[in-house]
Design a protein around this ligand. Structure first.
Ligand SMILES: Nc1ncnc2c1ncn2[C@@H]1O[C@H](COP(=O)(O)OP(=O)(O)OP(=O)(O)O)[C@@H](O)[C@H]1O
Ligand SMILES: Nc1ccn([C@@H]2O[C@H](COP(=O)(O)O)[C@@H](O)[C@H]2O)c(=O)n1
Length: 419
């Protein structure tokens, strides 16, 4: 046990740490080294007063790790006393794919400094795999040691040292196959790995299987397939219903209706599982598109653009500049997913969107609420939509009246799809 923890700490020391004070500010980066060093002003503020711990729930298997992290975050949020802050943290190797591991920082300014007791309880019951404790030195440095029952482990000292901001935002290192999926089998694998812990996974995989997914190449020379995309309340439902009538088209959605009963269940899961579920929804919708477009034009309310744009914008914290660069492989359409003939992105200004949301007065999903309060997140979703390639989306100003938007879209469809 002792040597396992020491080797883990040694592994961590070769990693860069990233701490997010909150989603709106830029992350702070630092590493652990064997020599003391002076702290930068941001680190000084972070380690300033009180006690600080970093915790990580990583265990064997990505599904278990993702669920354990979510469980740990919930448990800490519930059990920590007033005066404690819970900050998102991550450990990664700069520019090394799949090296990003999620963790948390606990900053304890509580009256009785009782966070340590809470963290230790969670360590004893196995909810935390690793805990590091940070202590300020007399010469302005900050030392770090592993929290362990083994005296030999506790003795080892490392020091917090500031490092430059890496070229790529660390969350982008793990997006492929953790947040966005590019092959049906990769998304299926995640749900297969969930079989034991989420019984509904089996039913979802059976639905995917039942659809007898048709090959992408079968889709040539059929009626046009038009996808309508956009943030919540931009008018997708209104427009897709009007288009259905105007074009005598079949209206489909992603996620498809057959996944309706499972959606809430998977929405409550960590991103790895939730995004794999939506990815599978697109493949089921693709099978429906392939069947229906043999007889009539197809209009689809949301498809892969939505799945990828929301996933990328959620994974990448902070500002729009942190998104993967234009042209990144992350924005490439999955090679085995049926490509639509045309993708239209409805865009309305934030004030008009707010007005529509308020008028509608429906329950908001957590993500919808986040859209309202988090301007940065909304900008990132829209920007990610625009960066997706092959097919890229055409932006439609959806602020005018419903009929005006319909006429403009009909015109676009006529020009681009000969309908
Ligand atoms: N062009 C428009 N001008 C004014 N109001 C509109 C327009 N289009 C839709 N609305 C209204 O805005 C609200 C949201 O529209 P709608 O439900 O079509 O959006 P949506 O993109 O499908 O939303 P969600 O993705 O959240 O389901 C509704 O109350 C609708 O009547
Ligand atoms: N193809 C899709 C469709 C939706 N999502 C996720 O669902 C949320 C929006 O759905 P609405 O029913 O509110 O329009 C959004 O948060 C996406 O995360 C998706 O991933 N893929």
């Amino acid at each position: 046990m002792a040597s396992r923890s020491i080797s883990r700490l040694a592994q961590w020391c070769s990693r860069i740490f990233m701490v997010e004070i909150n989603q709106k500010t830029e992350p702070i980066y630092f590493a652990l080294s064997s020599k003391p060093s002076a702290l930068s002003p941001e680190l000084d503020a972070l380690f300033g007063s009180g006690k600080l711990f970093s915790v990580c729930a990583q265990c064997d298997g990505r599904v278990q790790s993702a669920r354990s992290h979510a469980h740990l975050k919930r448990a800490l949020a519930e059990k920590l006393p007033p005066g404690c802050d819970l900050l998102d943290a991550a450990f990664f190797l700069p520019d090394v794919k799949n090296s990003f591991v999620r963790g948390l920082f606990v900053r304890d300014n509580s009256a009785l400094y009782s966070a340590e007791r809470v963290v230790n309880q969670l360590r004893q019951n196995g909810s935390v795999a690793s805990v590091l404790a940070y202590t300020r030195g007399n010469s302005g440095d900050c030392a770090c040691s592993i929290v362990s029952d083994e005296p030999a482990e506790r003795k080892r000292r490392y020091y917090v040292t500031p490092v430059p901001v890496p070229l790529r935002h660390p969350a982008t290192l793990n997006i492929i196959n953790s947040d966005v999926f590019y092959r049906l089998e990769d998304a299926c694998k995640v749900l297969q790995e969930c079989n034991d812990v989420i019984p509904e996974s089996k039913a979802v995989l059976e639905l995917v299987e039942e659809q007898k997914l048709e090959s992408v190449s079968n889709h040539a020379k059929r009626f046009p397939v038009i996808v309508i995309e956009g943030l919540d309340a931009t008018g997708k439902t209104t427009l897709t219903c009007s288009l259905q009538k105007a074009l005598g088209a079949v209206l489909l959605k992603s996620p498809p209706q057959c996944l309706g009963d499972f959606r809430q269940r998977f929405d409550a899961e960590p991103p790895l599982i939730r995004r794999a579920f939506y990815a599978l929804g697109n493949y089921i919708t693709a099978a429906q598109i392939a069947r229906e477009s043999a007889h009539a034009p197809v209009i689809t309310d949301r498809y892969w653009h939505s799945t990828a744009a929301y996933a990328i914008a959620t994974a990448v914290s902070g500002r729009e500049e942190n998104l993967p660069a234009v042209g990144s492989e992350i924005y490439e359409w999955p090679s085995d997913l049926l490509r639509p003939s045309l993708v239209l992105l409805l865009s309305v200004n934030p004030e008009e969107r707010q007005r529509r949301l308020a008028n509608r007065g429906l329950d908001k999903t957590e993500e919808e609420s986040q859209l309202e309060i988090n301007h940065l997140f909304r900008c990132k979703v829209e920007e990610a939509y625009k960066r997706i390639q092959n097919p890229a989306c055409i932006i439609v100003d959806a602020s005018p009246s419903p009929d005006h938007v319909l006429q403009e879209v009909l015109c676009l469809i006529k020009n681009k799809c000969n309908l």
